[in-house]
Design a protein. Structure first.
Lengths: 383, 258, 316
């Protein structure tokens, strides 16, 4: 089994690492976080280096890339600038949905701009009464001649305030089966009738989330993405890769926290010795390293399986379940090792600690991951 | 313009290991493109892009340079083609011998307008090969070049000297050794990294260049050792910022520095 | 016959030429010939600085570059067969040395720090690996062509009267010339780091250019000059190049060197490790600079610098 990266992948990580050191240094990311500002300049730097072009068809300025390479990019972003990794991962599902299901006109409108540095398309799915139970969404789309009139209220719509478009999910209330009544629309955020209210969160300060109120917003009916009433299976098609991307970014963040903690353990002297010489800390460090090893193996195995065209229905859910929890644990333990310093706003661990917690909730909660994996596992065991 | 850029692949001098007896080892060092050569590559790439030509990268060295990742790294930064002279006899070749080999290789390349070199290699930094190479080729040769522009009658260059800047008109073909100011080297994009592996690479031995008779040796290395270290007090000052500041002020006072 | 072979020295900088003359005289009792490009009076001056004879190549007024004299020098070296040719290590000096060596099927031993005679052989010492190692080599070529930087040799006190002959050397037209369009003066260096007795050196531990204000304040409080590591001058352009200390920048020997946020890479250390007292402040306790420091503070420079300035100012 060859676990090595290809030379192209190594060179890419080297190049990206150097780019991030220049364009997204820790001091800048800390500042943007404290000011609750979207990282416009670093995001543009990623665009200028061609990082945003990965996985997008060449006719829109894209660069073909396999999922393993994409995963590597997410991990590297997560390690150097976690918020950039999250933003990138959030865009994976919406951009891929557009690539796979969008009309030529929609692709032209969205993809060229994204490759050149537009923020990702926001995903408008969750509503006050529809979180894990996403199919309970109530937003509606009514045909009126050549236009469609949209109404509804979306919740936790991340980056709606920065994005040019929201990929909006609506449901036909008359449909017998909710999973066959959902449709996907490309809604410009500056359309009349669209109003965003920012939500204050514990973390993800550079990655704002919004309540979005949509009142009789009109879009041409050609803004339908894919097929009418086929929105749910379309959405499901790219949930797996989005979760994988979030896992990769989380892995990167956990690695960064570990690096900080290990360096500190070697350096912080108490009772006349570096704290890393005490067994308690050595045990913590080892547990963290074991988690990192497991996370890395799991993430890249799922990526490999997807590149091979193998189904990852329960594997990806197990991966997200494990990585979300393990990265929270690694980062929390890192804070413990850093002690008082880790709890101050001067050190980045507080930002990682606040930001990582959402991974167990967003992109599919731990509980939903159990719901996906559990029955699948038993079905396989029952054969 | 067709441009030849000479590049040296070197072990990373930061990975140097000092043994207890003071001897040096670079065995565990990773090889990479010389940091001063990256600017030359960038200057060549930009000139070729501006004038519609091609960049031929050229390097000579022992077998360690014939590494797939090194070649791709270089080819992802602008060159269109790569030529390598690989021969272990080049392991500790002096600057004159290296220049002779590069001149021989250049003789086998097609027509060119410009040869670019970095100011010096990343490991030895003798700042000689570009100058010696140009003279061996019988071409106009200048070092300390910080700016290159095309002009009607050749090239317009700025030469960064200790006390002044010379602005010169240089006929082509010419050989120029460039400073680090000439251009910030680009970071390879994903597209370029993926294309790198498909660009043509030509490999020669010294015999291919008619140099199998051996390389001239103008000096013999007697020893390479870590420099003598001044023994320092290594006193650590700890405590809160105020405590550390007070302690340091105390020491500076004792040393008669304030 | 061999004992009658001379040592020739060349530099377009009169001060460096004087150093080379003095150095040449330490190399085994040979006659020293100074080769001069510039004003004729510089050639006469060389005779008061210890040269046994002086050869004036010509001036570089108008359009002649120093490098235009390479064919002239080559012809003279072939005819005169010196044992050693020392060339001042400046950018121009290196260009002359390299091109000359190639014409003579020879090479250049660069930036020599020390010459040693062993038996009948000449050994030289110079730095490699960015200051990480010292290499000793035995010169095999004839003549031995070497470049020597300023500060290796000290010039002799000038003699009251010039002794020795001066000749004018006929110019050999070079095969090609770069046409001089303009000479742009460089603004004179705002700082002379080599002369500063105390130096505060800023490194990459500083997050922003604005943070240099703290460094400046400390420098003022201590009566020190401000310097930096190479990335701050060449990459970030926060400070002019004259202020960076390192193997390709300035080399200093002050009474106090205080590195703030400096990690201590070999290339930088080599520029300051002859300082009398070294103080280092860095948040990373494994930074290599601490091995080179007399006094090391591991901590946050943003907290410690203000406290230090206050402590200094608070002294009676």
């Amino acid at each position: 089994m060859d676990f090595r990266w290809t030379e192209e992948q190594e060179l890419l990580v080297q190049s990206l690492d150097e780019l991030l050191a220049r364009a997204a240094p820790e001091s800048l990311m800390a500042e943007l976080d404290e000011k609750h500002e979207f990282p416009h300049q670093p995001w543009q730097a990623l665009a200028d280096q061609g990082i945003l072009s990965l996985g997008i068809p060449e006719e829109y300025g894209g660069t073909p890339a396999d999922i393993t390479t994409l995963t590597l990019v997410c991990e590297t972003l997560g390690r150097r600038a976690f918020s950039l990794g999250i933003i990138y991962a959030l865009g994976v599902i919406t951009i891929r949905d557009i690539v796979q299901f969008g009309s030529d006109e929609i692709k032209e409108r969205v993809l060229t701009g994204f490759v050149q540095g537009d923020p990702p398309v926001a995903l408008g799915i969750t509503e006050p009464q529809a979180g894990s139970d996403a199919a309970a969404l109530k937003a509606t789309a009514d045909f009126d001649g050549d236009e469609v009139v949209l109404n509804g209220q979306k919740m936790y719509c991340t980056l709606a305030g920065q994005a040019r478009y929201i990929l909006l999910l609506t449901r036909d209330p008359q449909g017998a089966n909710p999973y066959e009544s959902i449709s996907m629309w490309l809604l410009p955020t500056d359309a009349p009738g669209v109003r965003c209210n920012q939500i204050a969160k514990v973390g993800w300060w550079s990655i704002p989330s919004y309540e979005v109120y949509i009142e009789n917003a009109r879009i041409p009916k050609s803004s339908l993405v894919g097929q009418f009433n086929k929105g749910w299976p379309q959405l499901m098609a790219n949930f797996e890769i989005e979760r994988l991307a979030l896992c990769a970014a989380s892995l990167g963040a956990a690695q960064a926290a570990y690096d900080d903690a290990a360096a500190y353990a070697n350096q912080r002297v108490q009772f006349g010795r570096p704290i890393g010489s005490y067994q308690a800390v050595q045990h913590m460090i080892t547990d963290m390293a074991v988690h990192l090893e497991n996370m890395r193996n799991f993430v890249y195995k799922v990526a490999w399986m997807m590149d091979q065209g193998l189904p990852v229905r329960h594997e990806h859910a197990m991966c997200k379940l494990y990585v979300a929890r393990a990265s929270c644990e690694v980062i929390d333990t890192a804070m413990q090792i850093l002690g008082g310093l880790g709890y101050t706003m001067d050190h980045r661990i507080q930002r990682l600690w606040r930001d990582i917690r959402l991974m167990r909730i967003g992109g599919g909660t731990d509980e939903i991951m159990y719901n996906i994996a559990g029955p699948q596992l038993l079905k396989r065991a029952g054969k | 313009m067709n441009i030849i850029v000479c590049v040296k692949f070197t072990p990373d001098a930061g990975d140097i290991q000092v043994n207890s007896d003071g001897s040096i080892s670079l065995e565990r060092a990773e090889w990479g493109i010389g940091s001063f050569d990256l600017q030359a590559v960038e200057a060549g790439a930009r000139l070729a892009e501006a004038t519609g030509g091609k960049v031929m990268a050229l390097s000579a060295g022992p077998r360690q340079i014939n590494h797939s990742k090194l070649k791709k790294d270089l080819l992802s930064r602008g060159p269109d083609e790569l030529y390598l002279v690989v021969d272990d006899a080049l392991q500790d070749a002096g600057t004159a011998a290296t220049a002779r080999v590069l001149a021989g290789a250049i003789g086998k390349l097609g027509p060119f307008d410009l040869v670019l070199c970095g100011e010096g290699s990343a490991d030895l930094y003798f700042q000689q090969v570009g100058l010696q190479l140009g003279e061996m080729l019988g071409l106009p040769t200048l070092n300390a070049i910080r700016k290159i522009e095309t002009a009607a009658d050749g090239l317009r260059v700025e030469r960064d000297l200790d006390d002044e800047i010379e602005v010169l008109a240089v006929p082509m073909p010419a050989v120029l050794a460039v400073t680090t100011d000439v251009h910030e080297p680009r970071l390879p994009t994903m597209k370029e990294i993926l294309k790198a592996g498909k660009k043509p690479v030509t490999e020669w031995t010294l015999a291919d260049l008619g140099l199998s008779g051996g390389l001239a040796k103008h000096s013999a290395v007697v020893s390479i050792r870590a420099p003598h270290q001044v023994q320092r007090k290594n006193i650590r000052i700890e405590g809160s910022p105020e405590e550390a500041a007070q302690a340091l002020v105390g020491y500076l006072n004792k040393e008669g520095l304030i | 016959m061999a004992e009658q072979r001379e040592i020739w020295v060349f530099s377009e900088k009169p001060a460096l030429l004087a150093e080379l003359i003095a150095g040449a005289k330490t190399l085994g009792g040979r006659r020293v010939a100074a080769w001069v490009v510039g004003a004729r009076s510089s050639a006469a001056q060389a005779l008061t600085q210890g040269a046994d004879r002086a050869a004036w190549l010509g001036d570089t007024g108008g359009e002649r570059l120093v490098e235009d004299y390479v064919p002239t020098l080559a012809q003279q070296v072939q005819a005169g067969a010196p044992a050693v040719l020392l060339i001042g290590s400046t950018r121009r000096g290196r260009a002359v040395a390299g091109r000359l060596a190639a014409r003579l099927d020879n090479t250049v031993l660069t930036d020599v720090l020390e010459f040693q005679s062993e038996g009948g052989d000449l050994l030289i010492r110079h730095m490699i690996f960015g200051g990480g190692a010292v290499r000793v080599e035995k010169a095999l070529a004839q003549p031995v062509i070497a470049t020597v930087g300023s500060g290796v040799f000290a010039p002799l006190p000038p003699a009251a009267a010039a002794q020795g002959e001066m000749v004018e050397v006929p110019f050999v037209e070079p095969e090609w010339r770069a046409r001089l369009i303009e000479r742009k003066p460089r603004p004179p260096a705002a700082v002379n780091l080599a002369a500063a007795r105390k130096v505060i050196c800023a490194g990459r531990g500083l997050a922003r250019q604005e943070d240099l204000a703290m460094i400046n304040e400390l420098a003022r409080a201590l009566g020190a000059e401000v310097a930096c590591t190479r990335p701050l001058a060449e990459g970030l352009n926060w400070l002019p190049r004259e202020r960076y200390i390192g193997i390709s920048g300035a080399t200093i020997k002050p009474d106090l060197y205080f590195g703030v946020g400096v990690s201590g890479q070999a290339q930088h250390i080599i520029g300051m490790n002859r300082s009398k007292v070294v103080v280092a402040l860095n948040k990373d306790s494994s930074a290599p600079i601490f091995q080179q420091a007399d006094y090391g503070v591991v901590g946050d420079l943003y907290a410690i610098l203000p406290a230090l300035v206050q402590a200094i100012k608070a002294r009676p």
